[in-house]
Design a protein. Structure first.
Lengths: 381, 454
């Protein structure tokens, strides 16, 4: 989408989002325009996914207020509109975070999304890169007003690579669109309706198509997970690097998630909004199952360098130059002096000696293990 | 006072279901008349009649027709919405079952006006026996030259197909209906684009209710201006009301929108009063999704004027003290009915029928149902009432289609007008399980207590 925008210079529409005015080509949606502004002005989007045709409009987290329809018809829109599916008009004025109505609606949508969500982030593989987690961190309340049993489903294995944990699903339909548009025979979809609707395959069918693994990438929550990666590691402990290989089926441009020299996971490359990168030289950013699940050896790949990690992501902790360091406030308030440690924990504690390998001790460590006298004697021996 | 009948005038005649009897009683005159006019003249006639959509929203049908896009070389479609699933509404079933040819006649005229050569009737799955009746009527019309190629030598071709739904309330929403008609899952589409521009198979499509389309036949017969003289103000023509609940004579009635609600309930010509000599407690005048009103506000508006059976008068006072004409499903509740239980039943319905596409409706309807069940079973808390109010206010207006609104309004209205009954269910939980709150002050003369703050 970003490419198309650059190619169309004439007759731009002027749109004002949260008092920021910019010019965008006709046909741009409010969400895309807001993403050009970036930062807090961009509404969250849980179901919209630019490369997927027909996606969006369902989760209602991207609702915005249109306070002026256009230059020609300045009437405001009576209802909040889904910014991902509403195109801008010339002279349109949009309020996102400057509108109390929008903030209230978004908070309530987040509350609705969370009432049936298991909130099992501590044991969820998506934790750390979960859009619902980010969303609830920003807009959720610490408590819930929901006092009933949450909706639950059994876990299902959709073939040997993908596991479906429907309990976490927010029914964004992204995976349905993905399977519909990338594979020639769609075998999973939505069964039932309302709050008992579920993503499922009919009669436990497995999904075997060489591009089906992409449903894991598009899932904004931990409902579809990679069975070759499940419980292997937390994403923030892994090191994401961009790599490529010469793949006959797909673009072969991926992100490897490494720990040491071990490749734990392979995913498609994503932009800061969690969407796969736009097509380059005729190949889309989607990757095939072979690249995703089978090539888990560092030798298979040509490493390009560390992945640029978005500022808001917990994956970014301790990684890379794109990270803005937090302001060093302590030296500032102390007039440039560095704080003096009151005591060094290693020097005062008996039970914390980095020289001792705890894994080599039989049974739990006790004070005896760290006994200094004994240690010095052992060293002499 | 007998009201003028246009749709059900001949419904009592034996064998009117069949072509011969229908034709003998003046059937298909409007087709003969319309095909001599130009399509635009037919649209103009419907515009003049002021006919408003009978499906619930009350949008002027002629205006809707004039919105249809007419790109070169793209076929257009007319779809008849017979997915009548609103609890309390059964007028279309009556019409299709007893005088199917009236609908077919209206459909041919409307198809001609809109330039639709292939017209569909989308009928709900539960009306299992009616498609056969309609298909038989279509066969008969075809055999007599009113359908098929070159109708009455006018050069206009038209085919009507009956499509059975699988029985989902949501498929009564026009874009969900189109999706279902295309053979997909009946999820409402995100508008715009509107069906008049991109509807079924991305072609311009008009979706109208059965009654609206049937009313086109008498409009052409008597003329739009003549039709507009019936009724009052912008509520022109006649309206079918399906009355049910605690009344002596439930059934489908055709009214001309000049009678008062009080007359409609108590007159022997219509509902014949409340059953077993009970007193009126509340009423939902337009199908389950419109706001419920207590007896005093139902019979008289907040200004103290008698409330009439028409679009404007029923909506008088907005949602604070008024309601809506809706689809004409007139549900009457007597003093023995429990509003909490009633609201729970409706919430259960909307939870079950929510398509699950957008979050507020999918999650909110289930939450409301659980809260209302708890209140009904006497295990509720005082804070639940405010919570319910909060939930419904957050569903309303934030969803893709009007089902969210339809689920929110009955709950909102029940709390707005019957809050004391909800509170009584909490404070007197044990007693609430053994008896009903009764009529309370709901029929007391106006003014009633102030509606709760939003």
């Amino acid at each position: 989408m970003a490419d198309e925008i650059k190619q169309e210079p004439p007759a731009n529409f002027k749109v004002t989002i949260d008092n920021v005015t910019l010019e965008v080509p006709p046909g741009t949606t409010i969400l895309q325009a807001a993403r050009m502004v970036g930062g807090d002005v961009a509404p969250p989007a849980m179901c919209f996914y630019t490369p997927l045709k027909g996606s969006g409009g369902k989760c209602r987290t991207c609702l915005v207020e249109v306070s002026k329809g256009s230059e020609k018809d300045p009437r405001p829109m009576p209802k909040l509109v889904a910014s991902c599916r509403t195109t801008v008009m010339d002279g349109m004025e949009v309020k996102n975070i400057t509108s109390e109505r929008v903030i209230n609606a978004r908070n309530s949508v987040v509350e609705f999304l969370l009432i049936n969500h298991p909130l099992d982030c501590p044991i969820c593989d998506q934790a750390g890169e979960c859009h619902l987690q980010d969303l609830s961190y920003e807009h959720g309340k610490e408590g819930t007003r929901y006092e009933f049993k949450r909706r639950t489903f059994k876990k299902h294995n959709l073939g040997k690579y993908i596991q479906l944990h429907m309990t976490r699903c927010i029914l964004c339909y992204r995976c349905v669109f993905t399977a519909d548009q990338l594979t020639n025979k769609r075998q999973h979809g939505i069964l039932d309706r309302g709050d008992h609707a579920e993503i499922a395959t009919y009669i436990e069918k497995s999904l075997d198509n060489e591009f089906i693994g992409n449903v894991i990438d598009v899932c904004p929550v931990g409902a579809l997970t990679d069975r070759t990666f499940r419980f292997k590691n937390r994403v923030w402990f892994t090191k994401p690097v961009d790599a490529h290989r010469d793949c006959p089926n797909c673009c072969g441009k991926v992100t490897l998630w490494e720990r040491g020299n071990e490749v734990l996971r392979v995913t498609a490359r994503k932009d800061p909004w969690g969407e796969i990168l736009p097509a380059e030289d005729g190949k889309t950013g989607w990757i095939c199952n072979e690249c995703r699940f089978e090539k888990k050896d560092i030798k298979d790949w040509v490493i390009e360098g560390p992945m640029k990690v978005a500022r808001h992501s917990v994956i970014g902790a301790n990684h890379y130059e794109v990270l803005d360091l937090p302001r060093e406030t302590i030296p500032e308030v102390m007039g440039g002096r560095a704080p003096k440690l009151l005591m060094n924990i290693h020097s005062i504690s008996d039970v914390n000696d980095p020289a001792i390998d705890l894994s080599k001790i039989p049974g739990p460590a006790t004070g005896e293990v760290f006994d200094r006298k004994k240690l010095t004697e052992e060293k002499k021996d | 006072m007998s009201s003028k009948k246009l749709l059900l005038e001949n419904a009592h005649i034996e064998g009117i279901r069949y072509y011969d009897v229908y034709r003998k009683n003046g059937g298909y005159r409007s087709v003969e008349k319309a095909l001599k006019m130009s399509p635009d003249e037919v649209v103009e006639e419907v515009k003049k009649s002021g006919l408003r959509g009978r499906g619930g929203a009350g949008f002027p049908a002629g205006m809707k027709w004039s919105f249809i896009a007419k790109p070169e070389g793209v076929p257009r479609h007319l779809v008849c919405n017979a997915d009548e699933s609103e609890p309390g509404t059964f007028k279309d079933r009556y019409l299709m079952e007893f005088i199917p040819h009236l609908l077919i006649e209206g459909l041919i005229v409307s198809s001609y006006a809109l330039g639709s050569n292939v017209t569909y009737i989308y009928i709900r799955g539960e009306y299992a026996w009616i498609p056969d009746i309609l298909e038989q009527a279509i066969e008969e019309a075809k055999a007599n030259g009113f359908l098929g190629k070159n109708i009455l030598n006018s050069g206009f071709d038209c085919e009507i197909y009956v499509q059975r739904g699988a029985g989902a309330y949501i498929c009564g929403e026009e874009t969900a209906l189109i999706e279902s008609l295309e053979g997909k899952r009946g999820n409402p589409r995100i508008k715009p684009p509107f069906p008049a521009v991109k509807g079924a198979w991305d072609r311009p499509t008009v979706v109208n209710n059965v009654e609206t389309l049937a009313a086109v036949a008498p409009i052409i017969n008597i003329g739009g201006e003549e039709y507009a003289k019936i009724g009052v103000g912008r509520s022109t023509g006649t309206k079918l009301i399906s009355a049910c609940g605690n009344i002596n004579k439930p059934g489908v009635y055709e009214i001309d929108m000049t009678i008062s609600v009080e007359e409609f309930i108590y007159s022997d010509e219509w509902c014949g009063g409340i059953k077993n000599g009970k007193r009126l407690k509340a009423c939902i005048p337009g199908g389950s999704s419109v706001p419920i009103l207590p007896a005093n506000l139902l019979l008289k508006t907040a200004k103290g004027e008698p409330r009439m059976m028409n679009y404007e008068s029923l909506a008088d006072g907005g949602f604070a003290t008024g309601t809506m004409m809706g689809s004409g499903g007139f549900i009457v509740l007597d003093e023995d009915q429990c509003v909490v239980k009633h609201t729970y039943t409706l919430a259960r319905f909307y939870r079950h029928e929510s398509c699950g596409q957008c979050s507020p409706c999918r999650e909110g309807t289930g939450w409301m149902e659980k809260l209302l069940l708890r209140l009904d079973q006497g295990q509720g808390k005082m804070s639940d009432i405010d919570l319910l109010w909060d939930i419904q206010s957050k569903i309303e207006g934030n969803t893709i289609c009007p089902l969210g609104d339809a689920a929110a309004w009955p709950v909102a209205a029940a709390i707005r007008h019957f809050r004391d009954e909800f509170e009584w269910h909490i404070t007197n939980a044990a007693e609430a399980q053994t008896r009903n709150f009764g009529l309370a002050h709901y029929a007391d003369p106006l003014p009633v207590s102030e509606p709760v703050a939003v």
